[in-house]
Design a protein around this ligand. Structure first.
Ligand SMILES: Nc1ncnc2c1ncn2[C@@H]1O[C@H](COP(=O)(O)OP(=O)(O)OP(=O)(O)O)[C@@H](O)[C@H]1O
Length: 229
């Protein structure tokens, strides 16, 4: 269970609050107007942005933990791949900064195979398509083996077909691993396909998660404004 308890973020004249819970294994889409605070909310959960209130995972407060020590894996639009490292080396960073053991190398190969990149281990990011780069980043996320995934428009740079394919893959792997996922997206269709719950971030509030079908069947004013209805 992820719990945001009276979370409040203040950055200059921007304010955002959130006070809700998400059950383990739930996929949540975060939507809302540009500048509403979607990325800032994820950054606060990770510990990159200062906030008051509490962030808890399974009842334990994360506030004293540095971002890297939290049970969180992140995926952003730019994928954060190192250009001078091969696909396997980029993925291997999830396991160790040093030379990998044979067992670790095998786990890297398995993760790359799981995302459909068998045979691409030795390629550098520049030798991979955008979709393949996304798969490398996903393989790294997989090996990080963290229960909570925060995805910030991870596939926004891809075309609609490829994006859909990647979301289906993330969906499948998240299910297999029982991961809890919060994903920022600008596409209501992506939200509908990927998520079970929706969080609307607007007017200084990250609203409590609601069932995705219910939300789209009866959109409140904030969502109608966002959808342009
Ligand atoms: N480091 C910062 N210091 C002060 N204000 C910031 C900082 N980073 C972001 N902001 C402001 O916080 C607000 C929320 O930005 P944020 O990027 O979280 O919105 P968003 O909903 O993710 O937008 P988009 O959909 O355009 O990515 C904006 O008003 C932004 O200008």
């Amino acid at each position: 269970m992820l719990t945001l308890e009276g979370l409040q973020i203040i950055q200059d004249d921007f304010r955002l609050c959130a006070d809700w819970k998400v059950a383990k294994g739930t996929r949540v889409a975060i939507i809302g107007p540009s500048g509403g605070g979607k990325s800032t909310l994820l950054a606060a959960i990770c510990g990159f942005t200062p906030a008051t209130g509490r962030v808890l995972w399974d009842g334990a407060g994360l506030d004293a933990l540095a971002p890297g020590k939290r049970p969180i894996a992140m995926l952003f639009q730019d994928q954060n791949l190192f250009p001078h490292l091969t696909a396997a080396q980029n993925v291997g960073l999830a396991l160790s900064q040093k030379r990998l053991t044979t067992d670790q190398q095998m786990r890297v190969a398995q993760a790359l195979a799981r995302v459909g990149l068998e045979g691409f281990e030795g390629r550098k990011p520049a030798q991979l398509s955008g979709g393949q780069q996304s798969r490398v980043a996903l393989a790294r996320l997989l090996l990080q083996d963290r229960p909570l995934w925060l995805l910030d428009e991870p596939f926004a740079a891809l075309g609609p077909g490829l994006r859909s394919e990647m979301l289906a893959l993330v969906h499948q792997i998240a299910l297999e691993m029982g991961a809890t996922v919060l994903m920022v997206t600008h596409d209501p269709e992506d939200a509908r396909k990927f998520a079970q719950m929706i969080v609307v971030v607007d007017q200084g509030v990250a609203q409590a998660p609601r069932d995705v079908d219910e939300v789209f069947a009866n959109p409140d004013q904030a969502l109608q404004d966002y959808l342009g209805r």
